[in-house]
Design a protein around this ligand. Structure first.
Ligand code: FAD
Length: 415
């Protein structure tokens, strides 16, 4: 079978991995040279602890407060853009407690499947990604978040995930290199971390060596259809024949699904990161600063990456350096001896998370064109969920029973 994948981020490459393994001729088309996308500069967490979707009652309330602060972690640009308005209305409607409860098991299951597949990937010759399964610490520094942490530990236990409340003294022992200013943390021993830049680089090289074709700097502009089948993909004026098409174009996926009259509410949630090599600031674990929503990732032996911010904004808005200042200043609130300097603008990375309107990914064949599989909307979880999504995509494309129940990820769930 000729399979064309639109998008060479982690979701496209993971899909290529399993489709190639299943014996298909796979071509990946990307409008960039695939050396940078949202799948590169992220925090690299493989996080079953993230079983709460982005759409929660709390984030809507908090988001409204944060909107007036240019350094805050969450920002929705007030806009007359129809896509953003439509997404925002659906997001607010989805953000209920019942939705949070319904989403926990599907998110847990896809995360655990993905983590297991990453562990298999550590044994694949040629793939290397500095996988570190030592768990993650989520710091808290307010009484309100201390209560929230207790609830998180209970909620995790209720679905069989291990989470431990850590007091300040134990936290200081776990992170002994500098004085910590936090009330405590939740430790998620089941989380892992990897170095995404290395993962992407070695995955690309591995797939090329296995015979996957890559068309870089080529844009998918549309599709050729016949009845309820897509028979070709339009790439820079040429038509590539296809038996099956995978739409894995990250935050831009809705531009392509729209052409097939498949509606997926999706916006880009911009985040920023800064990476230092051989830095003097030492962290023993991946850390999330919960009030600041900042991730600190000690990576690949000698690197540390500070990342965060969720900025819902049109995809062509210039980057806002105040957001990066906000990230770096928040580190000092928890680690008072660490002064992380603001780097020059060319050292700041940013990427667009593909955010669905309910915080769950869109994974499935479309009802209108069953030979088109959509795989996007992973928001803050694309690295975590990459291999599991790739495996599910391969199963869906070849008519096999998916490895898990994917009903909650139905592509056309918003009509
Ligand atoms: C600051 C930050 C921290 C994060 N931390 C984590 C984390 O710790 N753990 C985690 O799991 N996730 C994290 N994420 C989220 C994660 O990075 C994303 O969910 C993931 O990278 C999305 O992958 P993707 O393949 O869907 O999209 P992308 O990586 O954006 O890839 C999509 C590709 O499609 C291509 N494309 C688009 N349109 C077309 C077209 N028409 N024709 C051809 N090609 C096209 C693009 O060029 C791009 O290369 C973080 C994100 C940010 C911003």
């Amino acid at each position: 079978m000729e399979v064309i994948i639109t998008g060479g981020g982690i979701i496209g490459l993971s899909s290529a991995f399993y489709l190639q393994q299943a014996g298909h001729n796979v071509t990946v088309v990307d409008r960039t040279d695939m050396s940078d996308s949202c799948s590169y500069g992220n925090a690299g967490y493989v996080a079953p602890s993230h079983f709460v979707p982005l759409a929660t009652p709390g984030i809507v309330k908090q988001g409204l407060k944060w909107m007036l602060n240019s350094k805050s972690p969450f920002y929705v640009k007030p806009s007359l853009n129809g896509t953003l308005i439509n997404w925002g209305l659906k997001f607010m409607k989805s953000a209920t407690q019942a939705h949070v409860e319904r989403s926990a098991i599907p998110l847990r299951d896809i995360s655990l499947l993905s983590k297991q597949l990453y562990e298999e990937w550590t044994n694949v010759p040629g793939l290397s990604f500095a996988y570190d399964p030592q768990g993650m610490l989520e710091f808290f520094n307010t009484e309100e978040n201390a209560r929230h942490a207790e609830e998180s530990v209970k909620a995790a236990a209720a679905i069989g995930l291990e989470a431990r409340l850590i007091d300040k003294a134990t936290l200081q022992q776990m992170e002994p290199d500098t004085a910590i200013n936090a009330l405590g943390a939740v430790y998620f021993p089941g989380d892992a971390q990897l170095y995404p830049n290395l993962l992407m680089k070695t995955l690309l090289a591995y797939l090329k060596q296995k015979g996957v074709k890559f068309l870089g700097n080529k844009e998918v502009t549309g599709f050729v259809t016949s009845g309820n089948k897509v028979t070709g993909v339009k790439v820079n004026g040429e038509i590539l024949p296809a038996d099956h098409v995978i739409i894995a174009s990250g935050a831009w996926s809705a531009e392509l699904t729209r052409q097939l009259r498949v509606n997926i509410p999706l916006v880009g949630g911009r985040g920023y990161s800064v990476t230092y090599e051989n830095a003097p600031w030492k962290f023993r674990h991946p850390v999330i600063l919960s009030e600041a929503r900042v991730a600190i990732s000690p990576m690949d032996g000698n690197k540390v990456r500070f990342g965060g911010t969720m900025e819902i904004t049109p995809l062509n808005t210039p980057p806002r350096m105040q957001r990066v200042e906000g990230i770096l200043e928040s580190v000092k609130r928890y680690f008072p001896a660490y002064d992380i300097p603001m780097p020059s603008a060319d050292k700041v990375w940013y990427g667009y998370r593909p955010c669905s309107a309910d915080g769950l990914p869109y994974i499935g064949n479309t009802a209108r064109f069953p030979n088109v599989t959509v795989a996007t909307g992973h928001a803050m979880l694309g690295i975590s969920l990459g291999p599991a999504t790739g495996k599910l995509v391969s199963e869906l494309a070849t008519g096999q029973k998916p490895s898990m129940d994917i009903t909650p990820f139905k592509v056309e769930r918003f009509g």
